[in-house]
Design a protein around this ligand. Structure first.
Ligand SMILES: Cc1cc2nc3c(=O)[nH]c(=O)nc-3n(C[C@H](O)[C@H](O)[C@H](O)COP(=O)(O)O)c2cc1C
Length: 332
């Protein structure tokens, strides 16, 4: 069988009619409408990272995607529960509720929970024809969400950029595909065609790639951030709670060193994010201060060597996967 036939039979390609089972991961401040639209129009699935957006801003980004393409795309929302009764916690909860309401009102093709559990909206999404996926980092979390009725899971491992768990992708993906009946997409540390092929070999139905798409011309983000990512080696990322209070993988710099030395000053999620991470993210990702800002990136930064249009990245991934597939097919 040819690789293209294998890809066509995967869950996302069959269900949504997309060409390739390549999802560009939701990334706050980085993956907005322009990037998601470029990925979807190139045959993958672009995903808006709605993390920092108000409801109105999210609606604007959804419309930007729809101006670029009529192909399927997704919206990633952080569903994590915030229990505090203070004004900051209430504001955060309202913002997430607004994002969810807009995504459903706009009937986006795919809604993804990047953190937490989308249980409360699953039946409404099903009635509206919205596919629901959830990012998970353990078998326990995967079983709970599969049982709650999500349509697919994204198993994203320790190597990935942004919020991460403790289990590495290579063990996480087959453990989850064995444990649940719903389709699983693999993420965390995957940045090229060999990664796509490996994901399929591990039982996944496709890939969820973030870091590779930061280094795209359409990604929102300062050129210093993209250049720092391209220059990064496999040893240049660390896990820090300095951004949100939860564990986030990012490029090591003065910001991460400071929080490593001052753990006693950390606040719980989402207070650390509101009081430190949001401003530090704008500083790093948007204003380009690569020493003092937050620059999320996965270990796959070591596999990213240039900034390219998203369509070229998709093309590269497919060419690399075909090449790697050919090597296996020729083996005795
Ligand atoms: C810059 C950046 C921002 C991210 N922001 C979010 C986010 O807002 N919501 C979310 O669910 N995941 C977020 N993530 C995690 C990604 O969705 C994805 O799980 C991860 O990038 C996959 O690993 P990779 O970077 O090795 O491809 C972010 C990752 C990066 C690199």
């Amino acid at each position: 069988m040819k690789l293209d036939q294998v890809l066509k039979r995967t869950f996302l390609c069959e269900r949504l009619g997309v060409e390739y089972p390549i999802m560009q991961a939701g990334m706050g401040q980085v993956a907005y409408g322009r990037l998601a639209g470029a990925v979807s129009s190139a045959g993958g699935i672009g995903v808006i990272g709605s993390g920092y957006l108000t409801g109105d801003e999210l609606r604007r980004e959804i419309r930007i995607v729809r101006d670029i393409t009529d192909r399927p795309f997704g919206v990633d929302i952080l569903f994590a529960k915030v229990t505090g009764e203070d004004e900051d916690s209430r504001r955060y909860t309202r913002q997430v509720e607004d994002q969810i309401a807009v995504a459903i009102d706009e009937r986006v093709p795919i809604l993804i929970s990047g953190l937490g559990n989308p249980l409360d909206v699953i039946s409404e999404c099903r009635e509206t024809g919205i596919l629901v996926g959830s990012v998970v980092g353990t078998v326990r979390h995967a079983l709970r969400l599969a049982n709650d009725g999500v349509d697919f899971l994204i198993a994203s491992g320790h190597e990935g950029g942004g919020h991460v768990g403790r289990v590495g992708t290579i063990s996480l993906v087959p453990a989850i595909t064995a444990a649940v009946k719903v389709p699983v997409i693999a993420g965390g540390g995957l940045a090229d065609g060999r990664g796509l092929l490996a994901a399929l070999a591990l039982g996944a139905q496709g890939v969820w790639m973030g870091t590779r798409f930061i280094a795209s011309t359409e990604a929102r983000g300062h050129e210093n951030y993209k250049a720092r990512l391209v220059a990064a080696t496999d040893e240049d990322t660390v896990i820090s709670r300095g951004h949100s209070g939860k564990t986030v993988r990012m490029l090591r710099n003065r910001f991460t060193d400071y929080w490593a030395a001052n753990e006693d000053k950390l606040k719980p999620y989402p207070h650390q994010l509101q009081e430190v991470g949001t401003a530090a993210s704008v500083l790093g990702r948007i204003e380009g201060d690569i020493e003092n800002g937050v620059l999320p990136a996965g270990q796959s930064a070591a596999l990213v060597h240039s900034v390219k249009p998203a369509a070229s990245i998709i093309e590269d991934i497919i060419c690399e996967a075909r090449e790697a597939f050919g090597i296996f097919r020729e083996a005795p």
